[in-house]
Design a protein around this ligand. Sequence first.
Ligand SMILES: CC(=O)SCCNC(=O)CCNC(=O)[C@H](O)C(C)(C)COP(=O)(O)OP(=O)(O)OC[C@H]1O[C@@H](n2cnc3c(N)ncnc32)[C@H](O)[C@@H]1OP(=O)(O)O
Length: 396
Amino acid sequence: MLNNAYIPYGGYYSSPFCKWMGSLANINSIELGAATSKRWFAARDYDPTLIDYLYLGVSVGQKSIFYGAPWAAAMMSAPQAPGQNITQACATATTAVFNAALAVSAGNFETTYCLLADRPSNGPHTIWPNPNGPGGEVISENWNMDNIAADPATGKDMLTTAENVAREHGFTREQADELTLRRYEQYADALADDRAFQKRYMFPLEVAVSRKETRTIEADEGVTATSAEALARLRTVQPDGIHTFGAQTHPADANAGIVVTTRERAEAMSSDPQMAVQVVAYGHARTKPAHMPMAPVESVKRALNQAGLTLDQIKTVKNHSPFIANDLHLAKALGLDAHTFNNYGTSLVYGHPQAPTLARLLIEAIEETAIKGGGYALVTGCAAGDSAAALIVKVG
Ligand SMILES: CC(=O)SCCNC(=O)CCNC(=O)[C@H](O)C(C)(C)COP(=O)(O)OP(=O)(O)OC[C@H]1O[C@@H](n2cnc3c(N)ncnc32)[C@H](O)[C@@H]1OP(=O)(O)O
């Protein structure tokens, strides 16, 4: 039961998302995440020794991940904090916040910290020993591309799961491009007035260029400028599909952090003590094989059921959109107007670093709901294995 788990208002950040193989491509994501969180704690005047427990969300192996959460805590000047790694593909952040909320509600810990830090760039190339292979031939695995290319349970790649959903529901190329363009317009709203919306939560990265020079990254990198004409010109990736490269996400590198604590501690850590953010409910579900973009619907129903809420009571909806079919399906299945959710952009536009993706969407949901004067916010997103997780928070 999630009866006493709160996120301090402002007790979170997301770094800019940087398109993969770019500015963050050569930096260990756990080290960069811990260093960024340490700077952010200092900027917020938070004492890292308050952290009782750290959840490290990371889906792509990094050097020394074996030491994961306690190592990250030590690098953040929180050497007292034990912790655990959470790896649930794109549902890593929702699952980390849920586990933190459970632990705080159960009274195990008072102040937990979810650090989501991932780097699809330069993912590991694993060699698995195979003494029975012909001539001792090894088994090898490229963590990113091999897993995007095939779910070991179904043999299907991720794009195929999206095209399966598009075909089953009769979604067209025109619908795909039209909604993709709308997502870019929504993202433009987050850039308006010198990025006023993003500046509510985005914390810059500092990246060492050399021993003597450090570069500050303030804003997302690698977002492709687009237009209706540019989208219409692109070829679909599969000949009979609806998704071009414009209608799907790109891998990105990033980190994000979210404090989950008691009501009393959240009030003390909040930048607006009137604005409570309560973690209310979580749902995790799976859909039929090779139809991943359909999974969020059942996860949403489970979260609503846990919360005792109906969809019309939700003020803000966010759906991780690796493919535009995800948003087309969520809208159709739940009777939502696809143009009115995912305001201020989504992973389709700003990229997908996996563990931090749903953290950023959750943070943006909290900020959007605060702008609307408070209410319930729902965040969902599909994940590898035809699964999805959803989280509901109450703002204000
Ligand atoms: C649970 C989950 O989340 S599942 C999701 C897992 N992730 C994925 O499946 C990722 C899917 N996407 C991909 O893997 C990547 O798109 C890749 C790796 C296949 C391709 O990446 P890249 O080669 O870097 O593609 P890139 O972003 O450059 O786009 C290809 C082309 O489309 C163009 N393009 C991309 N987006 C747009 C757009 N919105 N408007 C116009 N043109 C665009 C690019 O300009 C580029 O054109 P060019 O070849 O003339 O330079």
